[in-house]
Write a protein that binds this ligand. Structure first.
Ligand SMILES: [Ca+2]
Length: 367
């Protein structure tokens, strides 16, 4: 090495102009790489825990997450919701097995909501929760830890790094907060699928995930961490249509073909009910975690209606971030103060739906 190095040094001394030109070229090339290099390509993958009740669209969300290099799925925790806990856990294991990702722990969590009976929704998700698509038994095995405990453990192990992505009823997340409130300050952010500021799907007021455990949802919104709400306001505008299905059916692969089966069920159901396409509820929450620019948001203060004759489970959103305070004067109330309130959520109000569908298709095609 030494003679070569010496020769190199000599060369530089003998021809300073050539050396400077080479230095200029190197700097210019480095600059070109910086300009042309994909922004964020060098960023480490975002660590996420997916909390889910699989569930047809949950299964699509899991596949999207597992096939996206921007995400590092640290665990999948299962909650009762669309189907019973046992069925949901088996489904999560089946999907993770299909993706050949037994390295991702799948842990079962809450089998019922905090303060009410569970509502399951096989009418939308099929008797097996996967649109009645037959899938071979899972080769991955369930993690023995309780879902909320696994969340607590992983958050403490990597403070400030974990993004929680709950796409089912919020029971597991609320249980984790109740058991260990210190996780709130240690979680990077929460990107949840649930709620709506423009009407519900289970009732005119309430969206399914929030309706299924309003007390848990209120705990999650009030906890004090950064929440992004991916609700019906955007998911109902993100429709997977028959032409998308035809496109995905042109490629093959175990995950690809499973997705075609599940999405065929969902698209057919949506057409039966006049929606013209399947709302990509849970996959969009994963999409927002991958690429925030898919949505536009507005800061709001979201509270969950836990009583209400017709509105239990509604996400009641203060958009103006002010409240009026009244005091009793004789036989009437008088507004005496206008108070500012702090927002607790970024609520998604706009979405580039087709761009998201293209992202989803690109990740599953031929897999
Ligand atoms: Ca779900």
């Amino acid at each position: 090495m030494r003679p070569v190095l010496g020769a190199h040094r000599e060369g530089k001394l003998q021809d300073g102009g050539f050396g400077r030109r080479r230095l200029f070229c190197a700097v210019w090339l480095a600059g070109l790489f910086l300009v042309l290099g994909q922004p964020g390509a060098a960023e480490p993958a975002r660590k996420v825990i997916l909390d889910t009740d699989p569930g047809t669209d949950d299964a699509m969300a899991i596949l999207l997450a597992l096939n996206s290099p921007e995400l590092d799925v640290q665990a999948i925790t299962v909650v009762a919701g669309n189907v019973l806990l046992e069925q949901g856990t088996e489904n999560a294991l089946k999907v993770v097995s299909l993706a050949e990702r037994c390295d991702v722990p799948v842990a079962a969590g809450a089998r019922r909501p905090l303060a009410q009976r569970l509502t399951t929704a096989e009418i939308w998700h099929g008797a097996n929760g996967l649109g009645n698509v037959e899938v071979e038994p899972p080769k991955c095995e369930v993690d023995p830890r309780f879902g909320p405990d696994l969340i607590i453990e992983l958050v403490h192990r990597q403070p400030g790094e974990i993004t929680l992505v709950p796409v089912g009823p919020l029971t597991n997340i609320a249980l984790a907060v109740l058991k260990d409130p210190s996780i709130v300050a240690l979680v990077k952010e929460v990107v949840l699928m649930g709620g709506s500021v423009s009407g519900g799907n289970v009732t005119p007021a309430a969206e399914f995930n929030i309706y299924n455990d309003p007390e848990a949802a209120q705990i999650v919104f009030a906890a004090g961490w950064r929440v992004t709400m991916v609700g019906l306001d955007v998911t109902n505008r993100t429709l997977f249509r028959r032409e998308h299905l035809a496109e995905l059916a042109r490629t093959q692969g175990r995950q690809n073909d499973f997705a075609v089966g599940v999405l065929t069920h969902l698209v057919s159901l949506s057409e039966e009910h006049g929606f013209g396409g399947a709302s990509m509820h849970d996959p969009l929450a994963v999409g927002v975690t991958i690429d925030r620019t898919l949505v536009s948001t507005q800061a709001m203060r979201v509270e969950v209606e836990t009583r209400g004759e017709r509105t239990r489970g509604e996400t009641v959103a203060n958009r103006q971030l002010i409240v009026e305070r009244r005091s009793l004067r004789g036989d009437r109330y008088v507004v005496t103060e206008i108070e500012r309130v702090e927002p607790n959520a970024e609520v998604c109000i706009g979405v580039e739906a087709e761009r998201f569908i293209r992202l989803f298709l690109s990740r599953l095609r031929g897999k």
